[in-house]
Structures are given as structure tokens and as C-alpha cells.
Design a protein around this ligand. Sequence first.
Ligand code: NAP
Length: 205
Amino acid sequence: MKVAVVGGTGSFGSAVAKQLADAGFDVVIGSRDAERAREAAEPLGAEGATNEDAVRGVDLVLLAVKAEAAVDTARELAAAIGSTPVLSVAAELSFGPGGVKPTAEATSVAQRVQDVVQAPVVAGLHSLAAASLAGEPPDEDALVCGDDPDAKALALDLAARLVSGRAVDAGPLASARALEGMTAVIVNVNKRYKAHAGLRVTGLK
Ligand SMILES: NC(=O)c1ccc[n+]([C@@H]2O[C@H](COP(=O)([O-])OP(=O)(O)OC[C@H]3O[C@@H](n4cnc5c(N)ncnc54)[C@H](OP(=O)(O)O)[C@@H]3O)[C@@H](O)[C@H]2O)c1
């Protein structure tokens, strides 16, 4: 599978890209700046390109730009992405004195990304921290949701390479609101317990 990591110069995109490259995926790192992309890609043995060039001719687009830029970036890349499935990992968070909260947006980032691209959008990996992806696969599950079965199968295949737990199908794209919101819960737990918390879904066969 060939995966474009848009925003793959960032902490999360580069951590996922390294794991995927190590697992034998073809990876192309995307950036707004081609040179920055090549610098990030070189140690991984991956390709680097502008975001627009990166998403052409791949099997899956991992949208890993800063959360606040995800929808605008998807809109700008919509023509280049075409019908290639998009995996949105973004969770918009609001930081305040009482703790971390999801933003007040009525719909998830992933659903808003779906509004601006023709391609099927799936959402997932929100509960995996970039820091946890630095070494051995973390002992946690990776949840993915989406409406398109083929796109979701691709994303679940990718997710399974990142964790030692399961890649879990969390239902339709509407579940992204809950998955993105869960990121705030995990950040608060990490702060409270000085931990690197992840998620495990129990009761699955
Ligand atoms: N960090 C985590 O542990 C974690 C865990 C799960 C999910 N996520 C999600 O993963 C995504 C990336 O997180 P991150 O921590 O890696 O973010 P980040 O380092 O802040 O940003 C990632 C990349 O986004 C690009 N970017 C920044 N501003 C942009 C803009 N205005 N327009 C277009 N691109 C822009 C930059 O790439 P260029 O400058 O090279 O273009 C940057 O390297 C977020 O959506 C986040 O919610 C993060």
C-alpha cells in the first residue's frame, strides 16, 4: 500500500510514517514545502514532496496537518486527492485553566473534511500519541470509523501496524465526533496521572 502523509513533517505524521515505512509500506511525506518534506523523508527511506504532489497516485491519504488546518488543507488538495480515500486523524482541542476540552464545533473535523472532498473519508488513530509511536508498537487499540467499507478496510489495515492491540471498527463517520472528543479525555488523564494513556476496548472476541 502506498500512503501519502500530508503534514508528515509534524510529530504525529512523522511518527506514523516511520512505523509504516518500517512495516514495508511505500510512504511519501507531504509538506507545504517540498524541501522540508524531503528532509523529513530521507531518514525514513521515504519520498518527500509538496502535499499536492504527495497525494497523487497513492492508495490512502493520511491527513496529519495541524488540526485547525485540516479542513482548509483538504479543500485545497481536493482535486489532487480525487477519489483516493482520506484518513483524518485530527482532533481540535481547546486548552483552558479547567483542562482540555473538545472545541464547540457541531460536527467533527472528519465530517467537515468529507464535506470538501469527493473521496471517502475515514477517521481514526486519535488516541495514539506521537510519543508512543517512537519505539515498539504501544499496548493499546486503534479505533477507526467511516461510512465507506473499502476505505475503512484500508485504514484498519494501516492502524493494525501501529499498535500491539487491535484495529477496531468503531462504526460510521458520525462516530468521529466521539473519537475526536476522546482525545481531550486522554490528554486530561495524561496530565492528571503523568501517564501515556491509550485506549483498550474490552469484551471483543
Ligand atoms: N501529536 C499527537 O500525539 C497526535 C495524536 C493523534 C492525532 N494527532 C493529530 O495529528 C495531526 C498532526 O498533529 P501534530 O502534533 O503532528 O501537529 P503539528 O506538528 O502542529 O503539525 C503537523 C504539520 O502540519 C503542517 N501545518 C501546520 N500549520 C499548517 C497550516 N496552517 N496549513 C497547512 N499545514 C500546516 C506542518 O507541515 P508543513 O509546515 O511541513 O507543511 C506541520 O509539520 C493533528 O491533526 C492532530 O490532531 C496528533
